[in-house]
Design a protein around this ligand. Structure first.
Ligand SMILES: Cc1ncc(COP(=O)(O)O)c(C=O)c1O
Length: 427
């Protein structure tokens, strides 16, 4: 019988292209691989059975980078430190959340994601330009871990656009540009498109990474602005309920993701199956949660801006600086749900305010459905030197708020009564 006469099995209809809000629910998940379960099951196995020794050899060649998968090839699973079904499903559903993304990788914390990205793309003798303030842990990592390994850091105050472009142009052997925008806790914006353009003027081009934890994935899309990698603490908005620790990297270019995947396998800091499953279930609502929290924050910010106990409000919708306004208009779809305030009366006033809050809880972290408040100078950023506090604008009276999705009227009432109490003490 000639090959032409062999009947071909019917081909499934090609899948129509789908939009991100659909893909975040459906992509990368085949119910028939989970005994028909409509939502993913949890696969807790540490090791996977190969269909043949040849399949095992091929899977190892691809996992270690010795071979590239052919288009459409799905190498078999090996061992859960390298990869597992819940990470694969989660990564397939994370990628569409970030405009222009092609791949995602998940980690067991935001710090693990940041550390792995930097270790994959920097060598001793190379440099990193970064905006300050950064999240305290990231700044600590660059100054106290990377520097002794011979990876030099050059900080630039967030909001200093010309300074950032100069640093990118001048720093010898520059490997990475890291922006955190808006900056935590002062919410000052850096211009992602400008930094990416400055990076493109260098040969070889440094990799532009953006910590998108505060405004992504709903309101800011760094890859569409020319950045290479989005870094996330998934502990925050992505998971959204302050009940797990996780991290993610989302990128447009598989060639930049590949070395990070290899380092993750080596370090063993992939997100575990149970956490992947939890995070996966939270992704379809991240846009809804962020939208509601941002609307609430706008109402709260209005109250804070007119209260006499508050000398300054840091919130993207309320900035007066024209350059900051330009960046926000060009880069963000909404102001987000983080607000920082400067209280008249310094640390005693800030502490009294935190003590008086009844609905908002005094805790670090952010991005949960519940409202949290903290004093960065003595908590999240307490490792800073006096000089770093001054450059970053982290003062004694600064309080950072992460607004949740409660009824905004209850939040406004809670903040108003705590601020009134602070004012009464000062009279
Ligand atoms: C902006 C930002 N990036 C990174 C991190 C680190 O994330 P994780 O605590 O998940 O390691 C944090 C934590 O607060 C953060 O606020």
């Amino acid at each position: 019988m000639s090959a032409a006469k062999i009947p071909h099995p019917p081909q499934p209809d090609p899948e129509p292209p789908r939009r991100p809000r659909t893909e975040v629910i459906t992509r990368g998940f085949d119910p028939m691989l989970s005994v028909g379960s409509a939502r993913p099951a949890v696969f807790r196995s540490s090791t996977y059975v190969f269909s043949s020794p040849e399949a095992a050899e091929r899977a190892f060649d691809i996992a270690t980078g010795r071979a590239q998968p052919a288009p459409g090839e799905h190498p078999e699973l090996i061992y859960s430190r390298l990869n597992h079904p819940n990470a694969e499903i989660l990564e397939a559903q994370l990628a569409p959340l970030e405009t222009d993304a092609r791949e995602a990788l998940v980690f067991n914390s935001g710090m693990a994601a940041i550390m792995t990205a930097l270790m994959a793309h920097m060598q001793p003798g190379q440099g990193i330009v970064f905006t300050v303030p950064l999240y305290g842990g990231t700044e600590h990592l660059i100054q106290d871990f990377l520097a002794p390994l011979g990876m030099r850091g050059r900080p630039v105050p967030a909001g200093d656009g010309p300074g950032l472009q100069r640093a990118i142009a001048e720093m010898p052997n520059l490997a990475v540009v890291l922006l955190e925008t808006p900056a935590n806790p002062t919410l000052i914006m850096a211009d992602i498109a400008q930094a990416a353009a400055a990076a493109s003027r260098r040969q070889p081009r440094p990799i532009v990474m953006v910590d998108n934890t505060l405004l992504g994935p709903a309101f800011q899309h760094p890859l569409a602005l020319g950045a290479d990698l989005c870094l996330y603490s998934a502990t925050k908005y992505l998971s959204g309920f302050s009940d797990m620790i996780g991290g993610a990297i989302i990128g447009a270019d598989p060639a930049l993701m590949h070395p990070i995947r290899l380092k993750r396998s080596l370090f063993g800091n992939i997100l575990q199956p149970d956490e992947c499953w939890i995070l996966d279930g939270r992704l379809p609502t991240v846009g809804l949660r962020m939208q509601r929290a941002s609307e609430n924050a706008e109402r709260v910010a209005e109250l804070l801006a007119r209260h006499r106990a508050v000398s300054r409000v840091f919130y993207p919708r309320l900035v007066r600086d024209l350059e900051q306004q330009r960046i926000i208009a060009a880069q963000c779809d909404a102001p987000g749900a983080m607000i920082s305030i400067e209280l008249r009366g310094g640390k005693p006033a800030a502490f009294e305010f935190l003590r008086r809050l009844k609905l908002a809880r005094n805790a670090v972290s952010l991005g949960g459905v519940e409202t949290l408040a903290c004093h960065p100078k003595t908590t999240t950023h307490s490792g800073f030197t006096e000089a770093q506090f001054a450059t970053a604008g982290v003062t004694d009276g600064l309080v950072r708020l992460s607004i949740g999705i409660e009824d905004w009227r209850d939040l406004v009432a809670d903040f108003e009564s705590a601020l009134d109490a602070v004012t009464r003490l000062q009279l």
